[in-house]
Design a protein around this ligand. Sequence first.
Ligand SMILES: [Ca+2]
Ligand SMILES: [Ca+2]
Length: 214
Amino acid sequence: MSLIKPTGARVHVLLSVLIGLLVFGAVAQAADSPEDELVTLRLRFDSLKDRYRLLCENYSDLANNCSAPVLNCSECPAGWFQVADQCFQISTDRQDWLTSANICALGGRHLAILNTMAQHEAVEKESRRIGGFYTHYWIGLTDVEKEGEWKWVDNSTLENPSWNILKSEPDNNLSDGPKGEDCAVVDSRSQSWYDVPCSYKYPRICQMAATPLH
Ligand SMILES: [Ca+2]
Ligand SMILES: [Ca+2]
């Protein structure tokens, strides 16, 4: 094996490059706005929380084997699954949309407001885990107040729609009555939404904020 000793010139070039990188990094950092910094810190915080949760679960598995005290690693109640700082639960019973919304509303919860790809992927994963016949679930989205004006149950407007556009949804299909289709379900397999009559009966997805770990 041959070792190449750095010459004075090479060391000088290396130092220049390193100093250049440091200066560039410092300038880039200084150019960040507080908002950018906040977003970066939030991402790092979420990443650390995910890492903590994983380590906590590994610890608890080991603790179980050693009869040591087990930590609570979840920020969600038993039977709920977590996505970022939110908890979700898929029901096993089937109700119409309004009954489902009322059931979820007990205890300050609500029908699911699905805004992200991660939430849709988690719903698909949980749906596959629990098995069963159904893959369509009520979500907290309706245009019952004004046709075509879709709103979430918290009155927020729809910003990231995931309608199944290949099936021309939402189509307010009138084949099941003049009321059309004013309530939305998510198809967990295609991770897309359909509008359907609110009187239909489906399982539901409830949502609540996660309780931070202590
Ligand atoms: Ca409609
Ligand atoms: Ca439809």
